[in-house]
Design a protein around this ligand. Structure first.
Ligand code: ME8
Length: 687
């Protein structure tokens, strides 16, 4: 056992920019790491990027960059984002780094030497989007049933990990370590999954020029998940650093629930057991930011989650604050809005409202009123309060205990609720005690009233100070600003939890004039253009609706249907669309029909286009150019049914007239052609 509080975020795929989903996990880890520093422990926060995935390679190709250039750029973006959010990470690991490759290959070799790895043929499905292998019973019509992600058929000679050998050992471990899998209700999910029977796992893929080579077998690379999990160990310097166990095992792996059951709660512990390495002390899965209405997970492929930078800029602009303070506000809002074990709908409206109610009103009021009263009634000098209010001091003790309990239970939102119970009580307390009346009585010579006034003023200021200490892990910049306004000496070290004990505010110091740290946001509404710019609404969704409808489009979690090839819609052109809702008559103008692909071939010098011959009825055969060459082999399309926009004006591209358009869903930027549920006669109308 080590005394270091080693905590990890997932390592994020670098196929897109960070968003407030990855930011949530990263901020929560930073909050916990900072909290443990407040407890006097040495915290070590590891984050990083998962770079060897096929989807990363695909995204690079799409961007016209080499995979290495692409991942270098995006890894930089992740660092920049976390820095801008005051995430004080201790290490940032990238899976393309030599130290990680070394650890992976050694891990693989040791498993091989232990007899836990063997070569066999894998035949089944692979989802590039999920980077996961699926068996036949999980797939229908080319899509994984639960996630709805497209899959491709794979038949490859590959290495397998004997995961099946670990079922009983895992169940025994879960039983003996009830704290290992959290929250509790998710443990049952894992137990159910393991009891269903674990199958050996395919842990390599054919080498297509990207990934970590299997030692001694350059034809294959290590399956990205197998590689990714090892980052937690690689970061300690394993296997070469003789002191790696100083850091190991991690106290906590924190992640979203989608990568909990299969990967962090099952595969990873089994991998460690196979090499006799200690297991992490706790693995905690938080819920997702979801779409209002459908409850579907929001993410890179659906949109709906702004990047942290854009969210900070929005808060800074709306509230008229600097980006440092706005970044703190974002940290607060994300941690307070997310109900940690469960899913939470993400709504920017709610976030802005949360800013106003909690930061501008509750916290702002307490601090501003307290200091203003102090200046007015006592020349800004903190009084000596001989009589403390026992109700308030008892509450402060309880709040610290609740806060600590919530932090230990990985519930940042409950920790904040505890702080706000103190702030809320003090705001009421001021109203109840009416210090302005006490001040008048004191001025008239009432000594008891003067003493009571001292108690009220001290209680309010001291509660603000206690809040500033407890808020430090969440809002380090704002926490320091509160301390400064209270007239406390500038912090030279981080606060400790004992600083939150009641009575730490020295009497006799002089406060500064209060300047609102979080001024109220006056305009809460977000315009269409802003929503598009924030990435909360896809520009393509704007073709069909008003802002409200855009929200619904993005919030149903269904990828917007895209016509292929399409005309790109810029935010400017989208915002300029004058008539947002279409009538049924407008819709009826579009003639959609089922077609059957008779022939398909590449178009010379056009890497994205395929030339299709599509039958739309007995005597209606069309030539259609479709921008799907990156996603479909021409042969795979022959005989397939498609949905065609049949009454589109013909358009010439590359000298060929295209006489229609195919409908496709946009999944992770990839076009997936739509087709009828079961075969129908070509030419059938789609309604
Ligand atoms: O899964 N709500 O990377 P990833 C809350 N590389 N959190 C969210 C979220 C949402 N809607 N969307 C993403 C991977 N997250 C692998 C991990 S670890 C060895 C390998 C957060 O880029 C959440 O923490 O898809 C989730 O688990 C993670 O981002 C997934 O990031």
């Amino acid at each position: 056992m080590t005394s270091t509080y080693y905590i990890t975020t997932p390592i994020y795929y670098v196929n897109g920019l960070p968003h407030v989903g990855s930011a949530l996990t990263t901020i929560a880890c930073d909050v916990l790491a900072r909290y443990h520093r407040m407890l006097g422990e040495q915290s070590w926060l590891l984050t990083g990027t998962d770079e060897n995935a096929t989807k990363v390679q695909e995204a690079a190709l799409k961007a016209g960059a080499t995979p290495q250039q692409f991942v270098d750029h995006l890894a930089g973006e992740f660092r920049t984002s976390w820095n801008s959010l005051h995430v004080d990470y201790s290490d940032f690991i990238r899976t393309s780094e030599p130290r990680h490759i070394r650890a992976c290959q050694e891990f693989f070799q040791r498993l091989m030497a232990n007899g836990y790895v063997y070569l066999d043929t894998y035949e089944g499905w692979y989802s590039i989007s999920d980077e996961t292998f699926y068996l036949d019973d999980k797939v229908k019509d080319g899509f994984e049933i639960e996630t709805g992600k497209p899959v491709v058929r794979v038949q490859e000679k590959n290495y397998f990990f004997r995961l099946s050998a670990f079922g009983d050992r895992l169940l025994e471990y879960y039983d003996q370590h009830p704290e290992f899998l959290q929250p509790d209700f998710r443990r049952n999910e894992v137990i159910g999954f393991v009891k269903e029977g674990l199958r050996d796992m395919c842990i390599t893929r054919a080498n297509k020029g990207w990934g970590i080579e299997v030692p001694g077998d350059p034809e294959r690379v290590i399956y990205v998940w197998f590689d990714a999990l090892i980052n937690y160990l690689a970061a300690t310097g394993w296997p070469d650093n003789p002191e790696w166990e100083q850091m190991w095992p991690p106290k906590l792996h924190l992640m979203g629930k989608e990568i909990f059951v299969r990967f962090h709660a099952t595969l990873w512990p089994a991998m460690l057991m196979a090499l006799g390495i200690a297991l992490p002390e706790q693995v905690y899965a938080h819920g997702w930011w979801t779409a209002r209405g459908s409850g579907g997970k929001l993410g890179k492929s659906t949109g709906g989650l702004p990047t942290p930078e854009k969210f900070t800029a929005l808060l800074a602009q709306r509230a008229g604050i600097d980006t440092e303070t706005a970044a703190d506000a974002q940290r607060y809002i994300l941690c307070r809005e997310m109900n940690f074990g469960l899913d939470t709908d993400f709504s920017l409206d709610n976030c802005l409202r949360r800013y106003n109610t909690d930061l501008a009103n509750d916290l702002g009021n307490l601090l501003n009123r307290s200091i203003n009263m102090l200046i007015k009634f006592r020349d800004g000098i903190v009084p000596l309060a001989a009589d403390q209010d026992s109700e308030i001091t008892a509450l402060a003790v309880k709040v610290v205990a609740d806060y600590q309990g919530a932090m230990a239970g990985i519930s940042p939102n409950r920790a904040l609720e505890a702080i706000w119970s103190l702030i809320g009580r003090l705001n009421k307390y001021v109203d109840e005690k009416a210090p302005w009346t006490l001040a008048k009585q004191a001025a008239a010579g009432d000594a008891q009233a003067a003493e009571a006034l001292s108690t009220v003023l001290y209680s309010c200021l001291e509660a603000s100070r206690v809040a500033s200490v407890l808020l430090w892990p969440f809002m380090p910049v704002a926490s320091a600003a509160i301390t400064r306004q209270l007239g406390m000496p500038e912090r030279t070290t981080i606060p400790t939890i004992s600083d939150a004990a009641w009575g730490g505010l020295p009497s006799g110091i002089t406060t500064q004039g209060p300047t609102p740290i979080f001024p109220r946001i006056q305009v809460l509404e977000l315009s269409e253009a802003e929503l598009i710019d924030l990435g909360v609404v896809a520009a393509s969704a704007v073709t069909t609706g008003t802002t409200e409808r855009h929200k619904k489009v993005s919030e149903t979690n269904k990828p917007a249907e895209a016509a292929v090839p399409g005309t790109p819609i810029t935010p400017e052109s989208a915002a300029a669309i004058p008539e947002p809702l279409i009538t049924i008559d407008d819709l009826m103008k579009v003639e959609l029909r089922v077609g059957e692909v008779l022939a398909a071939e590449p178009v010379p010098n056009a890497s994205k286009l395929l030339r299709l011959t599509v039958q739309l009825g007995e005597d209606d055969t069309r030539t259609i150019l479709a921008g799907v060459a990156e996603y479909y082999e021409p042969e795979a399309l022959v005989g397939r049914q498609v949905i065609v926009v049949a009454n589109l004006q013909p358009r010439k591209m590359r000298g060929i007239e295209s006489q229609g358009m195919l409908l496709a869903a946009d999944i992770d930027g990839k076009a997936v052609l739509l087709q009828p549920d079961s075969p129908v006669a070509p030419g059938a109308k789609v309604r």
